[in-house]
Design a protein around this ligand. Structure first.
Ligand code: NAP
Ligand code: MG
Length: 524
């Protein structure tokens, strides 16, 4: 199973649970009657913003108005943090038996499973992603996360230090306190779960700000968490804007740790917020410009080319891991370009509510304009091989054709800056050394892929690529069991997913106990 669930086939059992085409389900009809959350979730209930102000939640799919949401700001963050702090200090969750906390999370997973189609529809309407992907990818991974951390709750052990006979050193993990989480819009529910689940299972209280473009699924998740038995105040969700609500979380003196996923630029702000306030712990998952390296000895060049296309065009390219720099050994450039174009042609944007659609919308006009400006720049810097235009212009949403540039040099702007759209550049190389030099010549280090039949080369490349994840002969393989995050300016201070994620949400405590004898071993 791959992290985004599209590169590798789903296991057969999963295919049955997540059928590709739900043509018997009238999605468009159901969209007409779907209920949308309209308030913030604070201290166990839905409330308006303290200011009474609201903003419009519009569908990325077609621009329709879905809901008026409260525009939370500092006053709401204060209120949510106070509720979270009270819940943490009185121990209603933080001192609950870990097994009992796990049970609540697993109950939440069951509820998410039961409301899977409703949540997928919310996600598709809000973020404009194809309904088949909301079901098979976003919901699948959100569920996996809740189940995994629900099961992990009572399986995180401490340590006993190898001390002398007169002392006993215990090393334990304690919840850190109140955790702030600020997330982007590309996988709204999945990102929320990746932050919330490990933080909650460790015993913390959480204040989450979803991206302003995609708050609906997180609000519904909070409601379901209450139904699952999560005590009041433990999970709070505040719709609002980055510079107000987001900054208030970053600067809050009573938030102990922040978990952020989003752009590198805003990630750096969170480091400043921490320094300017209470030195809260900061965990950043930020941007990427991942190299996808295809050698002439790849086991199946056409398959590699197809995966290279999907590795960028999936989710309309709005992926931090997007393999947007396709490094191809010079002798096979034409064949790979042809393979990428062939798959790209099949991924033309369509109506996200149609179960056959494999390519959805960009999140909003601003993102569309950003992507189109990079495409215009690409036309000057390199050669436009395919795509490059807006699609479905009369839909009310913002769609872009899968776009391929050839003859790209790694110094060009389109090879250096994160585009976050369905745009890739093919960069030729000659030797493995060239490939490593080009691949690592970037500010980012989130992921990289290598396609080769030579096992020694695969391992050597994997060692030398400066990235948090390296894929060999696949793009985007992973499960909830493996950590996810970046080197360099792709991340800092921790990892999402796996048991390692719990580390960010816990403090390590040493307890020294004096045993019988002349005196405890000195602490330092
Ligand atoms: P973004 O603009 O950085 O926003 C992310 C979150 O930060 C949003 O909730 C946003 O609120 C908030 N924010 C914006 N400005 C802020 C400020 N001044 N102070 C505090 N918070 C602020 O990123 P995005 O455009 O939503 O998402 C795209 C980026 O996310 C890309 O760079 C992508 O690579 C990255 N990403 C990384 C990963 C990873 O795991 N490494 C995964 C997915 C995405 P608003 O709603 O107001 O914008
Ligand atoms: Mg934003």
């Amino acid at each position: 199973m791959s992290v985004l669930g599209f590169a590798l086939p789903l296991p057969r059992a999963e295919t049955r649970r997540y059928p590709a085409a739900m043509s018997d389900t009238p999605w468009r009809e159901r969209a007409q009657t779907l209920q949308f959350p309209t308030q913030a979730f604070v201290d166990g209930r839905f409330v308006p913003a303290a200011s009474g102000r609201t903003f419009e939640a519009r569908s990325a799919a077609d621009g329709r108005l879905l809901a008026e949401l409260p525009e939370c700001d500092r006053a709401d963050v204060d209120r949510a943090v106070a509720a979270a702090r009270t819940a943490f200090e009185d121990g209603r969750w933080s001192r609950m038996h870990p097994r009992a906390r796990g049970k609540v999370l697993r109950r939440l997973a069951d509820l998410v499973e039961r409301h899977r189609e409703e949540l997928a529809l919310l996600e598709t309407l809000d973020a404009g992603k194809p309904i088949r992907h909301s079901l098979r990818v976003d919901l699948h991974h959100a569920l996996q996360g809740l189940q995994f951390y629900g099961e992990a709750a009572d399986k995180v052990f401490g340590e006993v230090a190898p001390s002398g006979t007169d002392g006993l050193g215990l090393v334990t993990r304690e919840p850190i306190g109140v955790v702030g989480a600020v997330i982007p819009w590309n996988f709204p529910l999945m990102m929320a779960v990746w932050k919330i689940a490990p933080a909650l299972v460790a015993g913390n209280s959480v204040v989450l700000k979803p991206a302003e473009q995609s708050s609906l699924s997180a609000l519904r998740l909070a409601e379901l968490a209450a139904e699952a038995g999560l005590p009041e105040g433990v999970l709070n969700v505040l719709p609002g804007f980055g510079p107000t609500a987001g900054a208030a979380i970053g600067l809050h003196p009573d938030i102990d740790a922040v978990a952020f996923t989003g752009s590198t630029e805003v990630g750096k702000l969170f480091l400043r917020y921490s320094g300017d306030s209470n030195m809260k712990r900061v965990h950043l998952e930020t941007g990427g410009k991942s190299p996808n390296i295809i050698f002439a000895d790849a086991p199946d060049i056409d398959f590699a080319a197809g995966q290279a296309a999907i590795g960028v065009f999936f989710n309309a390219g709005q992926m931090c891991t997007a393999g947007s720099r396709v490094l191809v050994q010079a002798s096979i450039v034409d064949r790979v370009l042809e393979g990428i174009a062939k798959v790209g042609a099949k991924l033309q944007p369509g109506d996200p509510l149609d179960p056959g659609t494999k390519q959805g919308a960009l999140i909003d006009r601003a993102q569309f304009e950003r992507v189109m400006s990079y495409i215009e720049l690409g036309k000057q810097e390199a050669t436009l091989h395919a795509g490059g235009a807006q699609a479905r212009a009369d839909s009310g949403g913002f769609y872009v054709e899968p776009t391929i540039f050839s003859g790209v040099d790694n110094q060009m702007t389109i090879a250096r800056e994160e585009i976050f759209g369905p745009v890739l550049g093919v960069i030729p190389f000659d030797t493995p050394e060239d490939a490593i030099a080009i691949a690592n010549d970037t500010d980012y280090g989130l992921a990289a892929a290598v396609w080769t039949s030579d096992r020694a080369r695969a391992h050597t490349m994997a060692r030398r690529l400066r990235a948090g994840t390296v894929w060999v002969n696949n793009f985007d393989g992973s499960e909830i069991t493996t950590p996810f995050g970046g080197f360099k300016q792709s991340g800092f201070g921790g990892r999402d997913k796996s048991l390692h994620a719990i580390e960010h949400y816990t403090e390590l405590k040493t307890t020294w106990i004096r045993l019988e004898g002349r005196g405890a071993t000195p602490a330092g």
